[in-house]
Design a protein around this ligand. Structure first.
Ligand code: TRP
Length: 340
């Protein structure tokens, strides 16, 4: 039996290299051998952007463009807009009873985000529980595998706990998913301080123009003790090397560069020029496809509609099973009455 993949992104802006390294590349690679669902998580984006719905709506299209540009093929992958599948909200409601507030407050990714976003005491309840809605996303599609970056591992763990609890209480209906991590699973931002993210302003976008990429790489953090070309440099924790690790297809060449850098004699500027070349090679075709597709918003909308409908059919069937398992399948209302 073909295994099922589900993963997704919050449409809070165009996608960046962190998304690419974290899971876009894996999706493109696995889409031909797995039943693949890709979720544009607009409801999750609302959990911390409730005041900016137009922006999220706009970014749903941006994210879809990025998907097609990197090679997610709508002929084999199903792209689903989360808000088009209300069954996900229903499942979230059932799952909320299977998780404690204390457990939600312990989720390390959510904790970190709460700190970064500066909510202070005013954490939206929807934000605290978004891991539960993410558990609904994953289980509604009965996904076995969730390709994600390291920051999402706590979400998959929490999903697995909910699934075990559900299956124990109501019968073995749901699939316990596992995370699939890439080789470089936490791409730092160009400042080297934390993970790449839009809100921290340290991202390189898939749609960035060549000059912008060059400028961002030149500003990248390296080894502060590597002042002169002859000085021996540190490879570990050096952001330029982390990026090469993630994106340079020439692994043997990269090992040679590391040796030269450690020994002294390879300057930061030369090293950065190499990374700029690698990123240009990676991003030029993606940018070109993105520009072509940007002229066809109706076609993109049609693909999203088709994918969402297909996704909804799957989620409906899971909900029907769930209701049966939870003894909620009495036929009180067989049809929704029309309002006069
Ligand atoms: N939380 C993910 C992010 O911030 C997005 C997401 C929503 C997701 N639903 C998902 C990822 C389901 C994997 C599976 O990028």
């Amino acid at each position: 039996m073909r295994r099922t993949i589900l993963t997704g992104d919050r449409p809070t802006g165009p996608l960046h290299l962190g998304h690419y390294a974290g899971s876009l590349a894996t999706r493109v690679e696995l889409q031909h051998t797995h039943a693949t669902y890709v979720l544009i998580a607009d409801l999750q984006a609302l959990t911390d952007h409730a005041d900016r719905p137009e922006e999220i709506r706009h970014n749903v299209m941006e994210v879809a463009l990025d998907y097609f540009a990197v090679g997610i093929d709508p002929a084999v992958s199903t792209i689903v807009v989360q808000s088009g599948v209300p069954e996900l909200a229903e499942l979230t409601g059932y799952f909320l009873n299977l998780v404690t507030v204390a457990r939600l407050e312990r989720n390390p990714t959510v904790k970190e985000e709460i700190r970064q976003k500066g909510f202070g005491g005013d954490i939206p309840a929807g934000f605290l529980v978004y891991p539960v809605s993410q558990a609904a996303d994953i289980t509604a599609f009965k996904a076995h595998v969730v390709p994600v970056g390291a920051d999402q591992v706590p979400m998959i763990e929490q999903t697995a706990e909910i699934v075990r609890r559900f299956n124990r209480l109501y019968g073995a209906i749901l699939v316990e998913p596992e995370a699939l991590l890439p080789r470089v699973s936490r791409l730092p931002g160009i400042d080297g301080r934390s993970k790449m993210s839009k809100s921290l302003g340290n991202a390189i976008y898939l749609s960035d123009l060549p000059d912008v990429i060059t400028d961002k790489v030149m500003r990248m953090y390296t080894d502060p003790r590597h002042a002169r070309v002859e000085d021996p440099g540190q490879v570990e924790g050096n952001v330029v090397f982390t990026y090469l690790e993630a994106f340079d297809p020439d692994h043997a060449g990269l090992e040679t560069l590391k040796e030269r850098y450690r020994a002294g004699g390879l300057g930061d500027v030369a090293l950065k020029h190499h990374l700029i070349d690698v990123l240009h090679t990676l991003l030029a075709p993606i940018r070109a496809r993105r520009q072509d597709l940007a002229h066809e918003p109706e076609q993109i909308l049609r693909i999203l509609q088709e994918g969402t409908e297909r996704g909804r059919t799957v989620a409906r069937s899971t909900i029907a099973e769930t209701r049966r398992a939870m003894h909620l399948d009495y036929q009180i209302v067989s049809e929704i009455p029309q309002a006069p």
